[in-house]
Design a protein around this ligand. Sequence first.
Ligand SMILES: Cc1ncc(C[n+]2csc(CCOP(=O)(O)OP(=O)(O)O)c2C)c(N)n1
Ligand SMILES: [Mg+2]
Length: 635
Amino acid sequence: MSTSPVETVRLTVAQATIRFLVNQYSERDGVEQRLIAGAFGIFGHGNVAGLGQALLQNELDPEADGGEMPYIMPRNEQGEVHAASAYAKSTNRLQTYMCTASIGPGSLNMVTGAALATTNRVPVLLFPSDQFATRYPDPVLQQIENSQTLDTTCNDAFRPVSAFFDRINRPEQLLPSLMQALRTLTDPADTGAVVLAMPQDVQAEAFDFPVEMFDKRVWHIRRSPLDEASMKRGAELIRNAKRPLVVSGGGTIYSEASEELRAFAAATGIPVSDTQAGKGAINCDHPQSVGGVGSTGGDAANHLADKADLVIGIGTRYSDFTTGSRTQFKNPDVKFVNINVRAFDAVKNSAEMLVADAREALTALTKELDGYSVSDEYAAEVSQEKDAWEKVVYKHTHLDHGPLPAQTDVFGALNEMMGDDDVMINAAGSMPGDLQALWRAKTPVQYHVEYAFSCMGYEIPAAMGVKLALPESEVVAIVGDGTYQMLPMELATITQEGLKVIYVLLQNYGYASIGSLSESHGSQRFGTRYRVGGKAADHTADSQKLDVDIAANARSWGIDVIEVHTMDEFRDAYRQAEASDKATMIHIETDLYGPNPPSSSWWDVPVSQESRIESTQQAYGEYLESKKPQRHYLR
Ligand SMILES: Cc1ncc(C[n+]2csc(CCOP(=O)(O)OP(=O)(O)O)c2C)c(N)n1
Ligand SMILES: [Mg+2]
């Protein structure tokens, strides 16, 4: 019984959630789009009759909700969240998908995906199902019973990996919770995984919701301007620097600040290096573009970073790969100016904080620095470094290595054949390192490497997310054999949805990445090769190689597979895959031992201080040496 004059509509909590989400839009720079473009969901007793019923009702009569919430049935809950993250990344965080999962294991399968989204600062909206709020039938199937408290469920595991977490125990909580959820999703500084745990009984419970709750609502994605005083301080530091270097991260791309970055670099002559998330914001053929920086960067950027007296970080989190675990910036006087929407990131390395949107800040700084440019000597050094590294890039992408091709030859061929607006995806293994050093990106869309969480298994579902976001682009995911064996199952979803994507499967029978890391750190490639029988230490015995037929396995999900052995065959296969309207995998065996591009950086991976093994003792000595330049950057 309601005494309120407010007009209401009787819906279940799940139905109200879907109707609300259908009517939410994001807007930036005057362009509006649906914020939640669709739903992924795997059903069980936790959500089949709640969110499942609401999605069914929407599919049957979308007009009643004010629009469609297109539903896709994925195969694995981790996969669905990866796809949502990839979708969000491809739309520069202006749109995402919602994901629902059943209680217990289904929901927990989303935790890794949630962590990936939060680490990468991309929005995903997750609805894990939860046990009964009323507790009548406890313990329900898949309920963890905590003997110390009844108000903790397995979904509390989302708390440390979420940007926002809440549990809807009563229908009245839905609106305030949804408002905070969408505020977080659309906040450039706070965004990440937004998690609303939904008890199974509450999902199905009806309530008289105010009709105004379902009016169209537009979330304006703010561009925080740079305040005058910060801008002056930043400009002053830049004017006084002799060897400034920009480190451009994902924030530049999400802010769509490419043009402003290119103009800033051209006007000032300041060289621009990029991180894994930032590659492409400056086009590789821009005179000031010096390529990847840090542990997997190239010599041009790293030599400049070694001596930089001012690092201008734009939209970067300064991961250990970017800073060479705090050894890359060797100038004892090095200072930092950080442009970031998030004060948490802006303060890193004791920087002068320019808390602002990248595009706003770059526009203001370019204007303020009118007439300023770096010295002729420094400009000449920048272009020499750039030219020298470009020769190395060419060499390492045209090795003609044999008998097995090097993966860098595959990357070179792809880089030459793919269009500027096509998307190359990767996340884990030895590939991201080679790609950051060697890939030449001309647009901010082309290089999609998830290297914040570097999660094996991202690539296959990510291709689905990117293709849904960018249907006109050719979407190519490079997949290691290790990654494939970890999470191949969204290939079935790709087939089901008729999505045309291309997978490039690099078969090297194990972990090239961790194998070489292990070897250089004294652990002799232990446990890094797929083998049958014998001991894990016998990694070199080819006779023990476990020959999983990934090509046959991939075919079994319904996609086409082309098996190739040479680079010429690879190029032909790519053209064939491109011409096809069906998802295709190109399967190629590559050399486990590289060769990989030269490195002028370091990555801190601790070596055992004590050991009976000589290789470990030797590696420990080298480790101590490499650690010496490690700094806190306190100036
Ligand atoms: C989910 C997950 N588990 C473990 C790791 C640690 N790890 C990083 S790379 C790698 C091996 C990747 O193997 P593969 O896909 O074959 O690529 P390759 O190293 O051969 O290039 C592992 C186990 C990870 N990044 N993600
Ligand atoms: Mg491998």
